[in-house]
Design a protein around this ligand. Structure first.
Ligand SMILES: Cc1ncc(COP(=O)(O)O)c(C=O)c1O
Length: 328
């Protein structure tokens, strides 16, 4: 049956879940790897879900009024989603971008009409970065800045509408598409919105679902002292870090994870290249990392025949300037 949509906002979610048969065979694993291809969202990433839901809930609560400006601190994907839906709904969007964000990401944001600010444009931000970025510090600095301008600070890091996007969307989609047969879910963590929402939803359906988090290994984190190192963009370390660096959404949603893997960027990149060569799916860095983790689980004897759902956050186009797909 045909259907005519009325807005780009209606295209968020219902992303495909695909069994990666040829990849599994090449890796010789017994677990079933099911890729949740989040780049099918209209602006190209899992963060479309959070961006749209944060806007919808703020409109509903009366915090976001017609014609207002939305501001956030973002590494890119949430910004790209927010800029997209801001256009579709008549808002102006200002993104304060993280230092060192890939060239493609800032170009996309600008092309979408977003206004880009550097952290040095926000009073107190650069000083805070010197002592280390903390969530409380970020919220304080960004909150005051937004207030002084009369803007709506969407605050993806502790806005519960971020996690709820996955409680109403991603979680039920996974449950329905697997007919309730989901044994593991794997995701790299940024704000923690996806993992907290999935954990909250799926555990109510089946308390035995294993929630697997993953993070860049220490040597694959961005570090101004090593500008040329390979990194995994858009995600953070959340396990084994001080309390104030653990995503706030984890405590808001009583999130716990069964395991956390550290992923080295080179493994993530190689896994992404294997996926495109075996299956044709051309994914980004965190997706490559998540698939690497799913592959380690799929190799375990106890995972034979089990369904391992892996969240593949975005596609490769934003990473062409990095070493992931660099061709010699
Ligand atoms: C490429 C990529 N992967 C994974 C994530 C993590 O998603 P979440 O913020 O829901 O933890 C992000 C989010 O910023 C991202 O941009």
């Amino acid at each position: 049956m045909g259907k005519i949509y009325d807005s780009i906002t209606e295209l968020v979610g219902k992303t495909p879940l695909v069994r990666l048969h040829r990849y599994e065979e090449a890796e010789g694993v017994g677990g079933h790897i099911l890729g949740k291809f989040e780049y099918f969202n209209p602006s190209g990433s899992v963060k479309d879900r959070a961006a749209l839901n944060m806007i919808l809930e703020a409109e509903y609560e009366g915090k976001l009024k017609p014609g207002m400006t939305i501001v956030d601190y973002t590494s890119g994907n949430t910004g790209i989603g927010t800029a997209t839906f801001a256009n579709a709904k008549g808002y102006h969007y200002v993104a304060v971008i993280q230092p060192g964000v890939s060239v493609e990401r800032s170009q996309i944001l600008r092309a979408l009409g977003a206004e880009l600010l550097q952290v040095t444009d926000v009073p107190g931000f650069a000083e805070m970065l010197k002592t280390g970025l903390s969530l409380a510090g970020l919220e304080d600095v960004m909150g005051k800045f937004a207030e002084s301008k009369g803007w709506f600070y969407i605050n993806q890091c502790s806005n519960p509408a971020n996690s709820r996007a996955h409680i109403i969307g991603t979680g039920p989609e996974i449950w329905d598409d697997t007919n309730g047969k989901v044994d593991y879910v794997v995701q790299l963590v940024g704000t923690g919105g996806t993992l907290s929402g999935l954990s909250a939803y799926l555990r109510t359906k089946n308390p035995n679902v294993k929630i697997i988090g993953a993070q860049p290994a220490r040597q694959s984190l961005k570090d101004p002292a090593f500008p040329d190192r390979n990194t995994i963009d858009g995600v953070l370390k959340f396990d084994g870090v001080p309390e104030d660096k653990v995503p706030a959404l984890f405590s808001q949603f009583n999130t716990y994870y069964d395991e956390c893997f550290d992923v080295v960027a080179e493994d993530a990149y190689e896994t992404g290249r294997k996926l495109v060569s075996k299956e044709g799916f051309f994914v980004g860095q965190s997706a490559g990392a998540a698939l690497w983790v799913a592959t380690q689980i799929a190799r375990r004897p106890e995972a034979a025949g089990k369904n391992i759902v892996v969240i593949l956050a975005d596609n490769a186009f934003k990473y062409l300037s990095t070493n992931m797909y660099a061709t010699v």
